[in-house]
Design a protein. Structure first.
Length: 46
């Protein structure tokens, strides 16, 4: 499971932060990791 905090601006101009949870299986995680040159984990931490 991946937990990600996402901040976005609403149509009213307010900034909102929400916690999103992604349920993924091992194959999905491997595909995601290989989709980025430096690996997906490094991309998230940047």
């Amino acid at each position: 499971m991946i937990k990600m905090n996402v901040t976005a601006e609403t149509f009213d101009g307010d900034m909102v932060t929400e916690t999103l949870w992604f349920h993924m299986n091992k194959v999905d995680l491997i595909d995601l990791q290989e989709s980025e040159p430096d690996g997906f984990t490094d991309t998230l931490q940047a």
